[in-house]
Ligand binder design. Sequence first.
Ligand code: OSB
Ligand code: MG
Length: 379
Amino acid sequence: MPIARPAASVALEGFELRVLHLPLVSPFTTSFGTETAREVIVVRALTSDGEGWGEIVTQADPLYSSEYTQGAWDVALRFLAPALLDSAGTGLAPEDVARVLEPFKGHRMAKAGLELAALDAALRAEGRPLGEYLGAVRDRVPSGVSVGIQRDPAALAEAVGGYLDEGYVRIKIKIKPGRDVADTAAVRDAFGSIPLQVDANSAYTLADAATLAELDRFDLLLIEQPLQEDDLVDHAQLARRLRTPVCLDESIVSDKAAADALALGSASVINIKAGRIGGYLEAVRIHDRCRDAGVPVWCGGMLETGIGRAANAALAALPGFTLPGDVSASSRFYARDIVTEPAVLEDGHVRVPTGPGLGVEIDPVALDDFTVARETVTR
Ligand code: OSB
Ligand code: MG
C-alpha cells in the first residue's frame, strides 16, 4: 500500500551534517575489503518545530557502490541541502524531498539521509511513529545476521555458532572467489539445515557459473549479488543456470531498477536498502511492486547506527518483508551506539520502535565523542 496518510510539512531552517567514526566490535570483511570502523554521516534537520535525524550510509571508499563519504558530504552540503532549504518556503512535505532532489543525478545515499531527517522531523512534530507511517503490520521483526569472511572455514563456523547462540534466526555469510564452496560447506556441516544465504557483493562473472552452481547442493535461501551492479542481463542468464534463487542488492538502485530486474528475470528475491535507493519512500514503492508480483523482499543493512537501524526495523515490519533481514542488534557491530536505547535481540527479533518518528533518542555525548567533522547549512 502506498503511504496512507502523508506527513505534515516542516518549516526547514537548516541541516547539520556530521561525519562519525564508530569502532566496530570486530573487523568486517567482504569481497570488497575489510572495515574496522564505520565511517558514516549523521544528518540533523533543523526546523521551527524541532529536529529530525537521518543517516547517510556511504562508506569511506567507493567499493560497495560508487558513492563514498567525502563525495556524499560534498554533494549534500553543496547541492542537496541548499536545494531543499531553497524550496522549503513556508514548509516542505517529506514526500516532496525526492522531487526537489531529482534534478541531481545519482547520489541516492546522500538523498536518502536528508529525506529521513526531514521525515523524522515531520513525524516527531506530529507525534507519529515511522512504522505506522510506512505501513508496518508487526511490532517486531525477525533478525538475521551478516557474517564477514573469516580467516578460514573453521573460524567462520565458530563465528556463526556464536551468532546462533545469541538467537539470530538467519545467517548470511559473505563469499568471494576461492572462499565460497568450502566456507558454505563448513557452516552446513556444523549447523545442519539452518536458514542460510550467501552474499558475493558482485565478486563473480558469468564465467564462474559452474562454481556458483556447486552452491545449489546447500539449499541456500538465496545468493545475493553474484555479478556486477549493471549486469542485469548476465544475472538473468545466471539465474537460469542456478537452482539457488538469485537476489539483487547493489543492482537495485531504484524502483525502476527493481521493475527492470523483475521483467528480465535477473532476480527472484530483492534486498531493499532504503539508504541505497534514495530513501524509505522509494523503499515502500519497491515493497509494493514486489508484493503485487509475489516476489519476496527483505531489509538489507549498511552497518547502520541506531538511527538507520530504527528506521530499518520499521520498514522490515511491512507485510511484504517475508524473509528475515539484516536487521541485527546494535551489539553485532557496536560496543557503543549513538542512541540511548540501542536495538537488542529478544528471542531472535528486534522490536519496531513505537515513539514518534524514528522512536529513538540521540545520546548527545556519544554523538559528540564519535564526531570527526561537522558543518551546518542554513537558509
Ligand atoms: O552487501 O549487504 C551488503 C554491509 C555493508 C555494505 C554492504 C553490505 C553489508 C552487509 C551488512 O552485509 C549488513 C548489516 O548491516 O547487517
Ligand atoms: Mg549485499
